[in-house]
Design a binder for this molecule. Structure first.
Ligand code: UDP
Length: 241
């Protein structure tokens, strides 16, 4: 499938039309941003890793019965996906306190939850992606009651599948992650990406100490060094090397 005109350029990806109106091509860049675009940089090789990692995880999830946007990987940085209408919600699932949760609620990073949490942010850069609840999402007509129910169920299933997958195969604890969903032919499908840009991965067992080892974008956000190495390491483990 060939790239036609560019439809969109985001912070980390470009989207191109194809000859098929149902499909687009997503092209992953090495550009990295954090704090709503305030911090900018490049992570060499990130685009390749995020593309391949997201595709492997989407295929794993499809096998577990989760509908996704994934169609076909073209090459290192380019993938054909279903052309969805993105539901303007960032869906965040957490297993362990970290990042904005720890800050907002005054809970130390590394506090294990009794059960996973879900939260929604309204995807709107101008407003800084504000935290909202289901009723806000309905009032703002971002999604229907049925869609919100489906999204919640899918997000928790993705969490269970990903948590055990990462622990068993990569020796990594899945701390939290962000998902986005889209509408495709009347159905909700998992869209966007699942990568070290959108998940917190901590070296197994390191989260209950004050010195957890991050294998994700926190190395960039927090200037911890070894950013490229962390992306390479998690990808190497994913490939089973
Ligand atoms: N996240 C993301 N995009 C965002 C905000 C968060 O992918 O715009 C991911 C982030 O990588 C982490 C999880 O969602 O895995 C929870 O992030 P948090 O709310 O703690 O925000 P942060 O501390 O990153 O600002």
């Amino acid at each position: 499938m060939e790239k036609k005109e560019q439809l969109y350029e985001g912070k980390a990806k470009k989207v191109f039309a194809t000859e098929n109106p149902d499909y687009v091509i997503v092209s992953y860049k090495d550009d990295a941003t954090a704090f709503n675009g305030l911090k900018k940089g490049t992570i060499a090789g990130k685009g390749v890793i995020n593309n391949k990692m997201s595709n492997l995880l989407m295929q794993m999830l499809e096998k577990k019965g989760i509908k996704t946007h994934f169609v076909e990987e073209i090459d290192d940085r380019n993938t054909v996906v279903k052309k969805v209408e993105i539901v303007p919600l960032e869906v965040i699932i957490r297993n362990v306190a970290a990042g904005s949760f720890s800050k907002r609620y005054g809970v130390p990073e590394g506090t294990l939850f009794m059960s996973p949490t879900i939260e929604f942010s309204y995807k709107n850069d101008d407003l800084g992606d504000p935290l909202i609840n289901d009723y806000h999402a309905l009032a703002l007509k971002l999604a229907t009651v049925e869609e919100i129910e489906t999204i919640k169920k899918m997000a928790f299933t993705v969490n269970e599948e990903m948590k055990s997958f990462f622990k068993e195969h990569l020796n990594v604890d899945l701390i939290d992650f962000k998902l986005e969903f889209g509408r495709f032919k009347g159905e909700i499908v998992l869209a966007d990406e699942i990568s070290p840009d959108t998940c917190r991965f901590w070296e197994a067992g390191s989260w209950d100490t004050t010195k957890h080892v991050s294998l994700d974008k926190d190395r960039f956000r927090r200037d911890l060094g070894g950013v490229e190495d962390a992306y390479q390491e998690i990808f190497k483990r994913l490939k089973g090397e």
